[in-house]
Design a protein around this ligand. Sequence first.
Ligand code: FE2
Ligand code: FE2
Length: 307
Amino acid sequence: MSFSIERYKEESKKVDVTGIAWDDVTKHPLSKGDLFCLHYMMDIENHVPLYLSHLLVTRACMDPILTAFLACWNYEELWHGENLGRLLNLYGIEFDTQERIANVRANLGFQNSVSIFSTMAGSWLLKDFSAVYLTIGAINELTTLTAYGALIRKSGHPVLKDLLGRIIKDERRHYAFYYNSAKEWLSGNERAQKVDRWMLDRVWVPVGKGVKKQEEVDALAVYLFGDEQGEEELLEIDAQIGKLPGLAGVKLMSKALYTARERIGKNPRWGHRLIENEEWAINPPTRSPVGELTTRRTPATEEAVVP
Ligand SMILES: [Fe+2]
Ligand SMILES: [Fe+2]
């Protein structure tokens, strides 16, 4: 698995959706579980531009190769979210994408600002912060592409399969960048390996946690990976990340699945109820009107007036 930043800069573009049979989206059913996952995935893809604000304040971003990657990566992720939203809208689920994104962000509240500050402080205090940052990037990208593969399998929806297949190709490139960069940083660097391992065991959370609540993370994990094949796929993620220097035997995604199962063991409705009740709408927060946060006072559908 090789990666060339020069080639990536030259070839980076928005996912090509030419020829996708959008007209056939409604010809094939999606289950409530599929729809729940699609909303989750879309929200997390759409969260990337804001997540970037956490990444750019770190010591890792003194590296121009990393910032070049992030500039292209951010644009590609934007189009993943856009196209997942397009598919959902065509399937008949009505929402305004910009309003939904604004609501997701507004619900993050003050915690988002605190988190930016703690990430920044952590990165400047820890010399090997980059190792942690790059490893988490690798796990997130590998988890994302594995989850898209699982959703293709679960849904059996041909149009979704075509779209996700194209998005997966982008995610593989992202994974290659993070994995190779993490390997480079960790190779022959015992201190970085120790810091990385310590942080992964204690502060790592599955992709989307923070934007999504624990129960939502569990619902997605159990829907996509709760069967035998899914569990094997998660174990394979751990095995891949375990090949990085100093991370042999690391348990991340498998641990996330097992703890989700424990919570379901205590409360059998945990997670499932969100899917059954179709709880994928995003409501604005009660105390912070989105208009105040986005400075938008007019509906997004109104045409902009050029001064
Ligand atoms: Fe993506
Ligand atoms: Fe990605």
